[in-house]
Design a protein around this ligand. Structure first.
Ligand code: ATP
Ligand code: MG
Length: 281
């Protein structure tokens, strides 16, 4: 095994927490995460996803344990958003299956929240109405709206309109909305790429706190390796070529992590090596 292969070799370890195992079995890459007490929260098996005759995802197998934070990184166009949309139930045109707590996932569910790159708030609805969108306009006075807005640092913003918010504030409303249905899994597709570096750092911290407090599992798509390592327990590198083996970098550092933590540096090198390898196809 070369140093590079060693650096990106999928971990296989048995510890008290999640069990992580990734191997290139005959059926393709295998990536498993199980809670010691039971099965995975998410089980995604995408045998094939194509647009026309162009395959985008092939033999992708991803499990996420309850409360686990997983980042998905990879070259532009390698299928990260496609995988997230499949997990969310927004795309059902693929071969394979998605299970949530063992149950087949059949379309959009309140157990899975989705936060996009841009906040996607409804401009004609107030902040409170956006957060409680799931319940319609009547939801604006739901007590949870006030609680969630306070939690994301927007107490008193209930009656504002989206045009009266900064980009970072709008994304915090989107986070509150993502939490409103009390999901068990939150999917985030490059959620902080449109805000400045300082706001981004604060939103990352907010997300980490919210995930911990709510026992949420996260699947986060990001191009920011530092963000991936700061937030997640595993970094999954999706190859540019459909059907290639997933690479997995385990992050054993306990949460919450600090940006200055020197151990993150060694992990960063491993992720960057894996990305370089993924781009080489
Ligand atoms: N609706 C669509 N119709 C046809 N091709 C599509 C469609 N959506 C995505 N694709 C193609 O599928 C591939 C994967 O797209 P996807 O959006 O999942 O990539 P990504 O990894 O999220 O990229 P990025 O990092 O740029 O967001 C790309 O080649 C893209 O052009
Ligand atoms: Mg994308």
């Amino acid at each position: 095994m070369t140093a590079l292969q060693d650096a990106i070799a999928p971990a296989s370890l048995a510890v008290d927490g999640p069990l992580l195992q990734a191997q290139d079995a005959q059926g393709g890459p295998l990536l498993q995460a199980q809670d010691a007490k039971g099965g995975p929260l998410l089980q995604a098996r995408v045998r094939r996803k194509a647009y026309g005759d162009k395959p985008v995802l092939q033999n992708v197998q991803l499990d996420i344990a309850p409360g686990e934070v997983v980042s998905l990184v990879g070259a532009s166009g390698c299928g990260k958003s496609t995988l997230l949309r499949i997990v969310a139930g927004l795309d059902t045109q693929y071969e394979g299956h998605v299970r949530l707590a063992g149950e087949p996932q059949q379309g959009i569910t309140r157990d899975i929240g989705f936060i996009f790159q841009e906040p996607r708030l409804f401009p004609w609805l107030t902040v409170a109405e956006n957060v409680a969108f799931d319940l319609g306009r009547a939801g604006r006075s739901h007590p949870q709206v006030r609680e969630l807005l306070a939690e994301v640092g927007l107490a008193g913003f209930e009656d504002r309109l989206p045009k009266q918010l900064s980009g970072g504030q709008a994304q915090r409303v989107a986070i509150a909305r993502g939490l409103f249905t009390r999901p068990r899994l939150l999917l985030l597709d490059e959620p902080f790429s449109a805000v400045d570096a300082f706001t981004r750092a604060r939103l990352q911290q907010l997300l980490a706190e919210v995930a911990r407090r709510h026992g949420l599992a996260l699947l986060l798509v990001t191009h920011d390796v530092d963000e991936a390592l700061l937030l997640s327990d595993r970094v999954v590198v999706l190859e540019a070529r459909a059907g290639a083996e997933l690479q997995v970098i385990d992050n054993p550092l306990p949460r919450p992590r600090r940006r200055e933590d020197e151990s993150l540096g060694a992990l960063r090198v491993r992720v960057l090596d894996a990305l370089r390898h993924a781009h080489a196809f």
